[in-house]
Design a protein around this ligand. Structure first.
Ligand code: 5GP
Ligand code: ZN
Length: 112
């Protein structure tokens, strides 16, 4: 499958891994929007948040269960933001569901 993030999981495209288990993979964003910017993805190719179903939501639940551990390992002791961009209006540019973990500075709200 011609998917950038599936290729990152497979190691065909290099990335800086920060966490991996049987279900999820987390790596540093190539174009960070904050001092800490980690991308967390399920290994299963789910195209977007709009494709989450009763059958695949267990992987997403597992992903969220690991966010405190990943954030802690990255030193995000003062809070952070988890972002999912979905579809064209949501600003999604890679068609494999992913969650941005952002922190290391005070983040503005609302986003643009
Ligand atoms: P989206 O815009 O779809 O929500 O997020 C995609 C993210 O993937 C962007 O923040 C972008 O910087 C990141 N990204 C795109 N290509 C690569 C890559 O080849 N390596 C890494 N580490 N991040 C990437
Ligand atoms: Zn994929």
């Amino acid at each position: 499958m011609d998917c950038l993030f599936c290729k990152i999981i497979a190691g065909e495209i290099p990335s800086t891994k920060v966490y991996e288990d049987d279900v999820i993979f987390a790596f540093l964003d190539i174009d960070p929007k904050a001092p800490e910017h980690i991308v967390i993805i399920p290994k299963a190719h789910i195209p977007s948040a709009d494709a989450v179903t009763a059958d695949n939501c267990g992987d997403i639940g597992h992903l969220f269960s690991k966010i405190p551990e990943i954030a802690g390992a990255r030193g995000l002791t003062n809070g952070y933001r988890v972002v999912n961009n979905c579809g064209e209006d949501g600003g999604q540019t890679v068609g494999h569901i992913h969650f941005h973990l952002l922190g290391g500075r005070q983040l503005a709200w609302p986003p643009g």
